[in-house]
Design a protein around this ligand. Structure first.
Ligand code: NDP
Length: 328
């Protein structure tokens, strides 16, 4: 497919452009709000076209766009792309309000375009194995899950995430949405209740959370606890799922690379679970997206999934600020 990039971002240059090329896609050009940044970015990343006019990009002969601007811009740019009848892979969060995310999903359906949210973690071979273990009933009845997503924020990403109140900075829009999405995928259930605590320890400016602790109840009864942070340089991400027949602990599994291990403990003892699929998560995401555009299957994380992650993140803010429990 032919693609255009909305946003001269770090994630596009470090992950998506290489992945699109590995997946055999053609990248036509890039939009940036600054013409000099657009021009430099196009030159650095070997792109033919660049523009600082979104309408111009949307007039290019492309099949799909990848939106990776700051979080506050995703909704308006995605809506513009939908109206231009482009298929869209939008970075998380899909939007910074439930109303906007909902509108995007409705409009994508009305215009008949494929909308995916780049919750890339779903594409991990480790998580596909976790879903298989859960689906085969090897954990029995599920009771509890726990995610540790307390990590250190790379120096090069310490910009708007820490200072951009209006740009959707902070761990909730950054990490909680990923954690919600992977829990929904791996537990195969939707969130029905949220309680949360958030803190600002000072890496982020006032009004932006650099730590959060969120509890979710799922429709299938599972309760899950998740923690997120930018402040923990030696933190290792993990996911635990505990059931009546087994307990699963997966380590290094909320990452960008195809790494991570699963250890399963059940009546026969404690075993490492081999995972053969170590393919690039972003390449897999793009391949699945391309198939969806051809009418075959669905993206790993759809617009609807993106909406559910936004709904949960918005509830985290309400719960933390009002010291309340939010139910859906
Ligand atoms: P960046 O800060 O690299 O880019 C975001 C925007 O900032 C760009 O669109 C660009 O605006 C502007 N910008 C970039 N560099 C400069 C600069 N030197 N001076 C001024 N403005 C600049 O963000 P990330 O790549 O870290 O994140 C982008 C999106 O991707 C976010 O929504 C984030 O949540 C998501 N993301 C997803 C990941 C995943 O694995 N799924 C991982 C990392 C991020 P313009 O386009 O107008 O030039």
């Amino acid at each position: 497919m032919r693609w255009a990039l909305i946003g001269a971002s770090d994630i596009a240059s470090t992950r998506l452009i290489p992945a699109l090329r590995l997946a055999g896609q053609e990248i036509v050009g890039v939009f940036s709000s600054s013409i000099s940044r657009a021009s430099n970015y196009a030159a650095t990343n070997d792109l033919t076209r660049h523009t600082d006019q979104l309408d111009e990009l949307l007039s290019w002969p492309v099949d799909a766009v990848y939106v990776s601007t700051t979080n506050d811009l995703h909704a308006a740019q995605t809506l513009a792309a939908i109206r231009a009848r482009k298929n869209i892979l939008c970075e998380k969060p899909l939007a910074t309000s439930v109303a906007m995310a909902s509108d995007i999903v409705d409009q994508s359906r009305a215009h008949g375009v494929i909308l995916a949210t780049n919750h890339h973690i779903r594409a991990s071979g480790v998580h596909e194995m976790i879903r298989r273990i859960v689906a085969e009933g090897r954990l029995g009845e599920l009771y509890l899950a726990r995610i540790n997503h307390a990590v250190g924020l790379s120096e090069r990403l310490r910009g708007w995430r820490l200072t951009g109140v209006s740009q959707g900075g902070g761990v909730v829009w950054d990490q909680v949405v990923h954690d919600v999405d992977i829990l929904r995928a791996d537990l195969q259930s939707d969130i029905v209740e949220v309680t949360a605590l958030t803190s600002t320890f000072g890496m982020a400016t006032a009004g932006i959370e650099d730590v959060s602790l969120c509890n979710f109840r799922f429709a299938n009864g599972v309760v899950a606890s998740t923690c997120q942070s930018y402040l923990v340089p030696f933190g290792r991400t993990s996911l635990e799922i505990h059931g009546s027949r087994g307990s699963l602990v997966a380590t290094d599994v909320l990452r960008q690379d195809p790494i991570g291990d699963i250890v399963l403990t059940d009546s026969s003892g404690t075993h490492g679970i081999p995972v053969e699929d170590r393919e690039n998560l972003y390449v897999k995401t793009i391949r699945r997206f391309e198939l969806a555009c051809q009418g075959i299957g669905q993206p790993y994380s759809t617009g609807e999934d993106g909406l559910e992650a936004v709904r949960a993140a918005a509830a985290v803010f309400v719960s933390a600020h009002e010291k309340s429990t939010v139910t859906f």
